[in-house]
Design a protein around this ligand. Sequence first.
Ligand code: GLA
Length: 748
Amino acid sequence: MTRIHTRVIQAALFASIGICTPGLVAQAGNDIHFDESSKVFRIDAGGVTYAFGINDLDELQPVYWGGQVSGGDKFAAATKKPEAASFDSSVTTTPNEYAGWGAGLFVEPALKVSFPDGNRDLVLHYVSHTIKGDELTITLKDVERDLFVEIHYVVDHETGIVGRSAVIENRTKTPVTIEEAAAATWSLPRGTDYSLRYLTGRWAGEWNLQKQAIRPGETVLESKRGSTGHQNNPWFAIERGEHPDEESGDVWFGALAWSGSWRITVEQDQLQQVRVTGGFNPFDFSYKLLPGKQLETPVFYGGYSRHGVGGASRLLHHFELAKILPQAPKPKPRPVIYNSWEATEFAVNEPGQVALAEKAASIGVERFVMDDGWFGQRKDDHAGLGDWYVNKEKFPNGLKPMIDKVHSLGMDFGLWVEPEMVNPDSDLYRKHPDWVFNFTGRPRSEQRNQLVLNLARNDVRDYVFNFLDEILSHNQIAFLKWDYNRNWSEPGWPAVAPDEQKAVYVEYVHNLYGILRELRAKYPQVEIESCSGGGGRVDLGILGLTDEVWPSDNTDPFDRLRIQDGFSYAYTPGVMMAWVTDSPSWANIRSTTVAYRFLSSMQGSLGVGANLNKWTPAEFATAKELISAYKGVRETVQHGSLYRLVSPRDGSEVSVTESVAIDKKQGVIFAFLHSSQMGYPFPRVFLRGLDAKLNYRVTSIAGALAKDTPVVASGSYWMSHGVDVEMRGDFQAAAFRFDSVTDTNPSH
Ligand code: GLA
């Protein structure tokens, strides 16, 4: 590819994800600078500038974070803020990039430690730094003791997203207990007109977007559950202004790459400064760091957009696809899958699965996934977890004949596993009752009749890796659906000393990541889905090691519109699995047409989870047609730029999403109507993000446009004039694609 070509593509990418292009002049790897005279570090990339300096106390002090300012503009040296009163010393009034708790700090510290002599005072000063390409490393040290912290900044040239993390190193001669360790503190420009968006949920009701004004005090987003959790997701966005808009205005956002207990605090201090600190959740946490040892925090990514939350989520989507996912920078499109769970639940067997596979193949499915029920004595959720051998009653000849059949139908094969769990009614638990979390002599609380294996133990880690290795080496498997169906209780680890047990919150996740990493290295062709009773383990940590996620067990296609909308604020539709299941849906006993269900699922990575044995010929025909149509737009839907044109939130009667291909050659819209009222027409849809000068031909995937709609018109026409969708009734849906054409003759 020529240099000019690269720049054109980059410009198209920047424009499509809503960032300005001054960064084009800079080269990747040359975005970080240090000004010796002012002692200010400056990161300029993707239309964003991030600056901080070494102040007169030798502490790292934030200087600026926001839209890119000219390279000619010099930032003044960082100077500590004055004491505000005898109650608020300059230590607490001066924003800090990475503050130790000590010297009278009353805002959230990044790091809090205890030394064995009772000293709990930690004051971190700058020692040195290195800049290597897109990475800046700064070494800090306590003013008195040999406790060192390396803080890292890695910048993404295209999006300006910065990944921050810390490595804490004990070079003293005695152990140090870490009581709190954040990855980073992000400081926003001082202001009082900010609002915070964050995501909350529960099982089968994930991805609710919340919004609240940021006022003096602190908001805590967190999981104490041992894993990411459904309740809060480790993502935030902060908008500025009284009435911020989806597509305009300043937005600062961030996401924490950690799949264990986590915490993000958003505080406005007494001087109206807003800080966001995130990392390990300090609740029930401590980590004994032996002399010579290090503890590395997760990475906390942060970014900025001047194009509203719409622009912020497009930046994150492109960053995830290009930098986070295991197949980055060019992830393969997600195949259309079939999953057996809602059709058969635990009652899987060879003839039943083969019958479903034949029907799935006939409509264009590319991957057949057998869900729960195939192993051990698994008849329902009371037994079998932990015993990962094929159930001989259900599969007398093993899995091979079924997998061969699936291959002969032109699909690859995927398998459900839940490696971190055990049913007390299992051979594994009978043999190793000490392998689960427990406090000696205390009850072990079951949830869904299962207990959590303590993956922090290396014997458990080896067991889990070995059984997965065994399954993958003996079967031709292209995909694992990796489930995790409860959160922690009684997280005791009696095999280690009491003062080491709370390290379980870190070691468990490290071993989980280690297993995934090792499996991926050994079986590079195997793709993995992260599922946790739906969307209970979705974060940028697990997404670095898995290819897709299951956002919710709720497959009601109408609820899914809201679930998918919320999901899209933080995560790309390219990893968002969405199945078409049966009607009426189990969640709300709501009936919808098969076309409505397909269009809802086609906004993400399409799957089918219905009982195909019950489908009518007409339903098969619709499914086949829509799966084929999906394949024609999936690259755009999964890897393009998403515009949430009309949100389904807040009881909206209608919703519309649009995806635009990176090269802008294709756009696709999905429109949904809950129920028309008073005979009003569907609101006109104004497209976004197309190339104003290109001509696009509109084609229906499903549904009709007003009769006077041109067949071919310019991007500017579709964006300014808009299109009228003909849609009335209840639970109606339509979808249209816009493909660029080189001529304007509508008859072509
Ligand atoms: C979880 C998953 C479901 C299904 C069941 C199987 O609930 O989210 O999709 O795999 O487990 O037990």
